[in-house]
Design a protein around this ligand. Structure first.
Ligand code: ATP
Ligand code: MG
Length: 408
């Protein structure tokens, strides 16, 4: 049998790399890695996988059945920069070369270019460059017609020699990066049926926040499919905190629009008052949800209600910090993320807001807005919206519970 055809002696495992955690002090790093491992364990357990783990410096090694599925799950965990399915060997050159050839054989043929990228943890014996050349020569000698191209190879083999032995792999599956879910505390995300707020929620999770979603249901003032689309956004986002139930709170703001209509509030102020109302309702729920900040999908200049002046008037209604992860994004940048995270796909049905005026105010005057809210009895409207709430819990892309609290 030609060298490399047989399965090389070694275990297949999944290696995950984490990024920014390196910048932390030792105790913080230990805490964050613990959270990362907990999140990985939960996500794998949710898929019915029990694995074994090792955490050599800068890496998480995961041993278990079906490394392909394990790699796919782990590559969705926040904090993970990339994931590779590796052959674990001894640090012996012959074993590393055999493993490299084993990976290369089905992927390389005459006329193709390749490179071996090697790294060594210790500075004895062959250096990294020499190690790469040795493994590369072994591949070159066994597959006719190859060329070596270190700049833009068609195929790459990676070899790492560490204190515990060798790891050989040929793919790096990108992860989302960021910080482990749960390391930064909880935020309350104003989630709509749209494209922006699911991306804002995902970006908050990516920076380590746990999330509670809050959706305001405008009843007959909203299109008939809006609530279902918002719940679907919530369901899809739950795939990104796998193993952890995600909560959506639905509050009713139909009475707000009814009151604005009855009192003939100038239509141009509707959007700003609606967004201030959302801040007030969210503010009321913060303590109960254990949240420290509010996240929105607002974006500078995207629509008339999101001018700098209006964002200031909206922020005036908030009692806690508002985080706006998309504030400077172009729509295309937001859509690129939405596609990647699975929340972009066109939502069918009637999603229009029936309250949006033809010409919303671009520079609402705070004193006028407050005067109108006084006349509307805003406090009482907020109070009403916070009773009879609906709670929808999603886990791993499935709705687990949908209940409405009794009106108090
Ligand atoms: P999105 O901005 O999420 O695409 P949208 O375009 O329908 O939705 P905007 O008018 O741009 O909504 O609202 C700005 C932000 O206000 C949203 O990104 C979201 O955070 C929040 N928001 C809007 N509508 C709702 C709602 N019905 N419930 C909760 N939050 C909402
Ligand atoms: Mg928007």
């Amino acid at each position: 049998m030609a060298a490399g055809n047989a399965e090389p002696a070694g275990t297949r495992l999944v290696m995950a790399r984490y990024g920014e955690l390196f910048l932390k002090s030792e105790p913080v790093k230990r805490h964050f890695i613990g959270m990362l491992l907990r999140n990985i364990r939960k996500a794998l357990a949710a898929a019915g996988r029990t694995c074994k783990y090792e955490t050599p410096r800068g890496r998480i090694l995961i041993y278990g059945d079906d490394p392909e599925q394990v790699a796919a799950i782990v590559s969705r965990i926040f904090g993970i920069v990339d994931v590779s399915i590796c052959i674990r060997t001894t640090a012996d050159l012959a074993a590393l070369s055999e493993a490299g050839l084993f990976l290369a054989l089905p992927n390389l043929s005459a006329g193709m270019s390749f490179a071996v990228r090697a790294k060594r943890q210790y500075k004895t014996g062959l250096n990294s460059q020499e190690l790469g050349m040795e493994v590369g020569s072994h591949i070159y000698d066994h597959i006719p017609g190859l060329t070596v191209d270190l700049d833009e190879p068609e195929y790459e083999v990676f070899v790492e020699v560490r204190d515990f032995g060798g790891l050989v792999y040929d793919k790096r599956i990108p992860g989302p990066g960021g910080l482990p879910w749960g390391t930064q505390g909880r935020v309350l995300v104003l989630l709509s049926a749209g494209i922006d707020s699911p991306v804002a929620s995902w970006l908050a999770m990516k920076r380590g926040c746990e999330i509670t979603h809050l959706y305001l249901d405008a009843g007959r003032w909203a299109g008939t499919d809006v609530t279902a689309a918002a719940i679907d956004n919530h369901r899809k986002l739950s795939l990104w905190c796998s193993g952890n139930p995600a909560s959506l709170v639905i509050a009713n703001n139909e009475p707000l629009f009814d009151r604005m209509s009855q009192l003939k509030v100038p239509p141009r102020y509707r959007c700003v008052i609606c967004k201030r109302f959302m801040q007030m309702v969210a503010g009321r729920m913060m303590a109960h949800e254990g949240a420290l900040a509010i996240v929105t999908g607002e974006n500078l200049g995207q629509v008339a209600s999101q001018t700098l002046a209006n964002l200031g008037v909206i922020a005036d209604a908030a009692t806690v910090p508002i985080l706006r992860p998309l504030i400077t994004y172009d729509k295309e940048e937001t859509i690129t993320i939405a596609r990647r995270i699975g929340t972009f796909e066109a939502k069918p049905g009637d999603l229009a807001c029936r309250a949006v005026p033809k010409m919303p105010a671009t520079a609402a005057v705070l004193d006028e807005v407050k005067e109108l809210e006084q006349q509307m009895g805003m406090d009482e409207l907020v109070e009403t919206a916070c009773t009879g709430l609906r709670f929808v819990t999603a886990l791993d892309g499935r709705i687990m519970e949908d209940r409405t609290a009794p009106q108090s």
